[in-house]
Design a protein around this ligand. Structure first.
Ligand code: URP
Ligand code: ZN
Ligand code: ZN
Length: 467
């Protein structure tokens, strides 16, 4: 079954050109200059022709930070793999990498198996896993080797959330030594959770219980401090380090300094830290709870630093940290005590659109948009070649994007299984038109044509950025 995508501008991380794209089965077969005899010959044989005139043809988005069904704060993230990957497809994301959780006292591989059980047969698009290491012991360190062999080549650790996912510096050090040896990437949630817990206890004791205190008890300095500490631990061990969901200029400064010194340090940020801010957490009537995530939204001045970091490549990936909790039944758990509000925000559906606003506003180029949202995530996490590029032999994960369309983001029209949108009413330029996942049209003409179970687990290789 062949599909011809005709007349569009193929946008890659390195440039853009008018090109027709021929898809054969699950893969990209060839590209050709439009109207040449070669391109014309394809029109005659293609089973389906998609007219992409006036549109961008880009590699499908890769969201390397999602939490479907994450158990957290006494509840579970409200998107399952079925609903979450369907919403991702609507938004032009064709691969997600989710976090399999090692529970305290349990095996790391058992956590990965549990995540396979949740995802298998349910996903609309392809998926991979990182593993959250929350119990560092001899067995778990050994299992990190087996995980890498099984295509789980990156491990998230937490300097935050004492008593939940938190690891001590010593534990982090041991896991980093292991990563240095087996080629994995250590992903770090860098906030000083021990100090934060003191500030949280003090705020609650003084009756400061509203959602805004979630932000005020997690100051940016404590993200900067943890980021610097993680960088030093990585330096001594020689492990590559990837800072997840970076929000604060202090943390960005530490990453920039490390990168300038030649250290293998990388960082991502997320759309919420580019468009939302601490004042959203201060919304009245408990509305601020919708914006509770960790690290928290920051004062506005940090957002400009983040856009600068995206331009200079000190921030090299944009993920969503998609971790939705319904306002009505789940965020409610923290009314009267902000520390009990489940941490996390929805976002998997709108990453491509939201970052395209940076293109529309002249902050980044369309090639950088593709690089940040697809190509670098693929290269960083061992997916490149199959994913993150429109080239012969790559998986036909392709998005046709209409740069001139207009839409308004709303919970009334989104597809995530959550009862609010953090961007309610935001009017944006650009819209996903058609989405192919491994050669199957999953979105077109405003309809979902995919199915649960089409998405396959992707065994990832090692990061291309390792030396
Ligand atoms: O608030 C957040 N970010 N929730 C998800 C878990 C994490 O730390 O990434
Ligand atoms: Zn985190
Ligand atoms: Zn996360």
């Amino acid at each position: 079954m062949s599909i011809l995508i005709r007349g569009g501008t193929v946008v890659s991380a390195t440039g853009s050109a008018l090109a027709d794209v021929l898809v054969d089965g699950e893969s990209i077969a060839a590209l050709a200059v439009p109207s040449t005899p070669l391109a014309e010959s394809w029109s005659a044989v293609a089973g389906t022709v998609i007219d992409a005139t006036g549109k961008y043809v880009i590699p499908g988005g890769i969201d390397v930070h999602t939490h479907m069904e994450l158990p957290f704060g006494g509840t579970f993230a409200s998107d399952t793999f079925e609903t979450g990957t369907r919403a991702a497809a609507w938004g032009g994301t064709t691969t997600v990498v989710d976090f399999a959780v090692q529970s305290k006292g349990a095996s790391l591989l058992a956590g990965i198996e549990a995540w396979h059980a949740k995802a298998e047969g349910n996903c609309a698009i392809d998926y991979g896993f990182h593993a959250i290491v929350s119990d560092v012991n001899e067995a778990a360190l050994k299992e990190m080797d087996a995980a890498v062999e099984a295509g789980v080549t990156s491990f998230k650790m937490f300097m935050a959330y004492p008593g939940v996912f938190y690891s001590t510096d010593g534990e982090i050090f041991l896991a980093m030594q292991k990563a240095r040896a087996n080629g994995a990437v250590i992903m770090m949630h860098a906030e000083n959770g021990i100090a934060i817990d003191q500030l949280v206890a003090q705020a609650l004791a003084e009756g400061r219980t509203d959602p805004v205190y979630h932000g005020l008890t997690r100051p940016p300095e404590l993200e900067g401090e943890a980021t610097s500490r993680a960088i030093q631990l990585a330096k001594v061990t020689g492990a590559p380090l990837y800072i997840v969901h970076l929000t604060a200029s202090q943390a960005l400064d530490a990453v920039t300094e490390a990168r300038d010194s030649g250290q293998n340090v990388f960082a991502e940020t997320c759309p919420q830290y580019l468009y939302l801010a601490l004042d959203d957490l201060a919304k009245p009537d408990f509305e601020g709870a919708k914006y509770v995530a960790s690290p928290p939204l920051r004062p506005r001045e940090h957002t400009e630093a983040l856009w600068k970091g995206l331009r200079t490549n000190d921030l090299s990936v944009i993920s969503t940290d998609h971790c939705p909790f319904c306002f009505k039944d789940q965020k409610e758990l923290g009314r009267g005590d902000f520390s009990k509000i489940p941490n996390g925000m929805p976002g998997v559906e709108h990453r491509m659109d939201l970052i395209y606003q940076g293109v529309a506003a002249g902050k980044i180029s369309k090639e950088r948009w593709v690089e940040l949202c697809s190509t670098t995530p693929a290269r960083m996490f061992g997916l490149y070649g199959r994913k993150g590029v429109i080239a012969p032999g790559a998986d036909a994960d392709i998005v046709v994007y209409d740069p001139d369309a207009h839409q308004t983001i709303s919970a009334a029209t989104h597809h995530m299984n959550v009862d609010y949108s953090a961007y309610e009413g935001m009017e944006i330029t650009g819209r996903v038109d058609t989405v192919l996942s491994r050669g199957s049209v999953v979105i077109s003409d405003g309809e979902f044509h995919g199915k649960a179970g089409h998405g396959r687990f992707v065994r990832r290789g090692l990061s291309q950025y390792l030396v």
